[in-house]
Ligand binder design. Structure first.
Ligand SMILES: Cc1cc2nc3c(=O)[nH]c(=O)nc-3n(C[C@H](O)[C@H](O)[C@H](O)COP(=O)(O)OP(=O)(O)OC[C@H]3O[C@@H](n4cnc5c(N)ncnc54)[C@H](O)[C@@H]3O)c2cc1C
Length: 407
């Protein structure tokens, strides 16, 4: 039987980051990951890139991971939000969030999923307090007065003060604990595709809230961009098996003059989109973090960032409990975790789902209202600034380390 302070189910980005944050407090951590870790690393490439907000960067920096990850990121200097549809005059007045005061600090940072994950695996392996058990799942969990006892698929057993569920959507630990997950199928599929293009993107992101679904273009180099193109399932189905030339033509038709001529780089991947929230983020000696607790539409670019907020909250509660010599799996600690995290995640899910619905559909009258909404926000600098700070998870402006970032 292995004895550990924390057992983490799921060695994705949130599971590994939680492991590192807790190990830094002097705790022992066992990560149980379904996928075998090939060659000591986790390199399965989903092709996705993530926007990391300032609060996430700050946490990665405190965990000592930013020094590895920073040089692999791209700065995001501007975001242009528009409800542009071809031949729609409204598009002439997009809403821009960005570096208008000439500050050097980027709005956020962009990184490929595989780079972030590999850096986390490397740091976890070097920490000396984290054991990663790849190619295993938990088959049973039983919470007692002091510990939670886990049976693994290999016949091994692990006893921990707290089990942390980080298996992403459809968490098995949540299901075994009887936690209900409220799910909503958005009826949409997102394609992720990298483009190489002639025009420079000036490290500016574009988000188009189109009737078919949002289209997001993120800069990953001056002449490279990662596109997340959301479509209703039926339209997406036809494009899944389309040739590259056919897919590129369809995408060009949606992107219009954006970025000039482009060609596709690498394969395209597709993700069916749902939003979800767990009825409870906690159970007996159990806490749910990341997508195991909440799933948002990727147009927010916040799923992972909210997972990092979960980690930060749990880390600080555990630090306080340990200083006082308390139990890190105590019901009072878990109740505080839920109180701090669930309302925040619930609000984000509510706002995102409603924004998607508001901008979906082709009604001309609604299009004018949508346009008015964007212009109104754009005309109010305090509201715009509030939105940026909120999206970045900040209460106060923050200085973040960015000297190693790619130009
Ligand atoms: C197209 C797209 C773009 C996105 N862009 C952004 C963005 O820009 N910014 C952002 O913040 N978020 C973004 N997101 C959301 C982000 O991808 C997720 O929030 C994030 O990946 C969740 O990480 P996680 O570690 O919680 O879960 P996952 O990434 O799902 O990891 C779960 C891990 O648990 C393992 N696992 C599963 N079941 C078991 C089991 N039974 N036992 C053991 N292990 C198990 C899996 O193998 C995996 O390693 C995007 C999402 C999509 C679909």
């Amino acid at each position: 039987m292995r004895n550990t302070d924390f057992a983490i189910a799921g060695g994705g980005i949130i599971g590994l980051s939680a492991a590192l944050a807790l190990a830094q407090l002097g705790c022992s951590v066992t990560v149980i990951e379904r996928t075998p870790f090939r060659d000591g690393g986790a390199t399965r490439d989903s092709g996705r890139v993530f926007v990391l907000t300032q609060s996430t960067v700050s946490l990665l920096d405190r965990m000592g991971v930013w020094r590895t990850v920073g040089p692999l990121t791209y700065p995001l200097r501007d975001i242009v939000l528009s409800n542009h549809v071809p031949a729609d005059r409204c598009a002439a007045h997009p809403l821009t969030f960005g570096d208008h005061k000439g500050q050097r600090t980027p709005l956020a940072f962009i990184i490929a999923e595989r780079h972030l994950k590999q850096a986390l695996v490397d740091h976890a392996r070097q920490s000396g307090r984290i054991e990663i058990l790849g190619g295993r799942t938990i088959t049973a969990q039983q919470a007692g007065q002091q510990r939670i006892l886990l049976d693994l698929s290999t016949g091994e057993q692990v006893a921990a003060a707290l089990l942390i569920g980080c298996e992403g959507r459809g968490s098995a630990t949540a299901a075994r604990a009887g936690v209900k997950i409220h799910q909503r199928d958005s009826g949409q599929t997102a394609f992720v595709q990298t483009l190489r293009h002639d025009q420079e993107n000036a490290f500016r992101a574009h988000q188009y809230l189109l009737p078919m679904g949002p289209l997001t273009i993120l800069p990953v180099g001056p002449h490279r961009s990662s596109v997340t193109w959301t479509l209703p399932h039926a339209e997406a189905e036809a494009l899944k098996t389309a040739s590259d030339a056919c897919f590129a033509r369809a995408l060009k038709g949606t992107m219009g003059a954006n970025l000039g001529p482009f060609h596709l780089e690498g394969g395209r991947v597709s993700f069916p989109l749902t939003s979800a929230i767990a009825e409870r983020f906690i159970g007996a000696r159990l806490a749910l973090l990341g997508d195991a607790a909440h799933v948002f539409h990727p147009m927010t670019g916040q799923g992972l960032n909210y997972g990092f907020r979960d980690i930060e909250t749990l880390r600080s509660l555990v630090a306080t409990a340990r200083q006082a010599g308390g139990d890190v799996g105590a019901p009072a600690l878990l109740a505080r975790y839920q109180l701090r995290r669930r309302p925040d995640a619930r609000m984000m899910r509510l706002v995102t789902d409603n924004v998607i619905s508001f901008f979906a559909g082709d009604n001309v009258l609604l299009a004018s209202v949508r346009h008015l909404g964007l212009r109104t926000v754009g005309a109010m600098p305090p509201i715009r600034s509030f939105l940026i700070r909120r999206a970045n998870g900040l209460r106060e402006p923050l200085q973040i380390p960015h000297e190693n970032v790619r130009p």
